[in-house]
Design a protein around this ligand. Structure first.
Ligand SMILES: Cc1ncc(COP(=O)(O)O)c(C=O)c1O
Length: 508
């Protein structure tokens, strides 16, 4: 990010000191890359000077002004700071730069001397050309910058309202979630983990009940089943989608089975046709762990709108994330929705009257306000994520070594994600399978490419589930996939160059 000092902007626009042409490219490049900022307190001075002294370019300036990213001036002023004593306006620009870790481009010698945030215009290309090729895995900072002004406004509103828990903002957010996913009731809650707990409590899952799920998932899926006292019963995964193998579910149904909990892993719903058909036949409930898949569909229907209850997570790195913890529970049943809302506030049906044993499971109002801003742009973000996945597929596909995941095993060196033709994925992760994962991860790390493993150990082998009596070899597909899977950087802002760079380095 770059904050352009007033002198730079005027030099460029009026070709003052003959710097116009030389510096115009810097300005264009920064505007094009969404890196061009001005501190909000510059607006007044800039407008005043230009209107007074360079009247003929005033209109042109106003056009440019709109394209700058406006950065707030923080109120945490240190009046003992030398720059604050010498030039309060420059000091305020420095405060803005500090708040977003930006460089200030200026020709002002005094400012250059007094602030370590300043650079001369000529240093711009040196910095840009020497930028490391470090690729950001989830690029949450870029997303923050994109929506920063709206987020600031919403956060200020919540802070001013002093309505920090529940209130209108929460109701508004839930309505927007309902609209987005087509589901009748969306109930925000404190996390994706608590969403699962609320779902099971609402369905009266009790000790000794069994819930069928996958061992190839994040711990919260099975952990919450155990937390409500029930028993997680694992079923191996399908080798192509990595979701629960629907052909192996029936063999695990007993008289104690109460529900099936599919996970929409990496953002792709499981085979919901088959799961719902089995559930209907055996009179079981379906709870979808959609922590990774908000916005994904099966047969054109959002997976928040499938099953008896569906859940999601707004953990920051999720496709739709807040700035802390958050989650939601979805259902089309009015009765369940009412109960979930009550369970969320300690089982309370009216003030200080507790119908159920519940939990303190509300989502902070400020987090609701934050995700509500992001939700406005989420369709676009989802499309971009899907495009990034296609670009990865194409980039890998152009290399002779690679084949689409068709359930084919080694010696194919790289297996790409498989998306069922009935499904769309939110691409929480873009995960490939490789034989020599440790070596590839080390090689990529050295080239500035972060990777992650989701997940290195299937849940039936976790120490906390020893009591379930599973052993190595019980779920061979999950075990094989967890030893080969590797997630690559995935976010809506990955550039074509970055995607090609990553693929080249993997296939080197
Ligand atoms: C599959 C799955 N289930 C549940 C959760 C729990 O969500 P949270 O972190 O919001 O509690 C996660 C989050 O990582 C997840 O990936």
């Amino acid at each position: 990010m770059y904050i352009f000092d007033n002198n730079f902007i005027i030099d460029v626009l009026v070709n003052r000191r003959g710097f116009g042409d030389k510096y115009f490219d810097i300005l264009l490049y920064s505007l094009d890359k969404n890196m061009a900022c001005i501190s909000i307190n510059q607006l007044n001075t800039l407008r005043y000077i230009i209107k007074k002294e360079y009247k003929d370019i005033y209109e042109k300036y106003l056009q440019v002004e709109k394209n700058f990213k406006l950065i707030k001036t923080p109120s945490y002023v240190d009046f003992d700071n030398p720059l604050a004593n010498i030039d309060i306006e420059d000091y305020m620009i420095e405060l803005s730069a500090k708040s977003i870790d930006a460089k200030i481009i200026t020709s002002d010698k005094k400012f250059l001397k007094l602030s370590k945030y300043t650079i001369k215009p000529d240093e711009f290309y040196i910095i840009e050309n020497n930028k490391s090729t470090n690729i950001d895995f989830a690029n949450l900072k870029k997303q923050y910058f994109l929506y920063q002004n709206e987020l600031e406004k919403e956060i200020d509103e919540v802070l001013n309202s002093v309505s920090y828990i529940m209130g209108n903002k929460v109701i508004e957010f839930e309505k927007n979630l309902e609209k987005f996913s087509g589901v009748k009731y969306a109930i925000s809650c404190s996390s994706g983990t608590d969403a699962l707990i609320l779902a099971m409590m609402a369905l009266d899952i009790k000790p000794n009940d069994e819930i069928i799920t996958t061992p190839f998932t994040f711990i919260a899926t099975a952990e919450t089943i155990a937390l409500v006292g029930a028993k997680p019963v694992f079923v191996d995964i399908d080798e192509k989608s990595y979701n629960i193998d629907v052909d192996k579910i029936e063999a695990k149904i007993t008289s104690k089975t109460k529900a099936i909990m599919p996970v929409s892993l990496y953002g792709q719903p499981a085979n919901m046709d088959k799961i719902q058909e089995i559930a209907d036949r055996y009179n079981l409930k379906v709870i979808i762990d959609g922590a990774q898949s908000f916005g994904a569909t099966f047969n054109g229907i959002s997976d928040s709108n499938l099953g008896d209850i569906s859940t999601t997570s707004f953990f920051p790195a999720k496709p739709l994330g807040c700035f802390g913890d958050g989650g939601a529970v979805f259902t089309n049943s009015e009765e369940l929705a009412t109960k979930i809302k009550q369970l969320r506030v300690h089982g309370q049906d009216k003030r200080y009257h507790h119908k159920y044993i519940g939990i303190g499971g509300r989502m902070d109002t400020i987090q609701c306000a934050i995700v509500d801003v992001k939700l406005k742009y989420y369709k676009r973000d989802l499309t971009l994520r899907q495009e990034v996945a296609s670009k990865y597929n194409n980039a890998f596909g152009s290399k002779a070594l690679v084949l689409q995941n068709g359930g084919v095993k080694a010696p194919l060196p790289i297996i790409l994600p498989f998306i069922d033709s009935r499904a769309t994925s939110a691409f929480a992760q873009y995960s490939i399978r490789v034989q020599n994962r440790d070596d590839i991860q080390a090689k990529l790390k050295a080239q500035g490419i972060p990777t992650a493993v989701h997940y290195p150990m299937p849940l039936h082998l976790q120490e906390c589930f020893e009591y379930l009596g599973y052993k190595k070899g019980d779920f061979p597909i999950s075990e094989m996939v967890s030893s080969e899977i590797m997630s690559l950087p995935m976010n809506p802002y990955l550039s074509d160059d970055e995607i090609n760079y990553i693929c080249d380095k993997i296939c080197d």
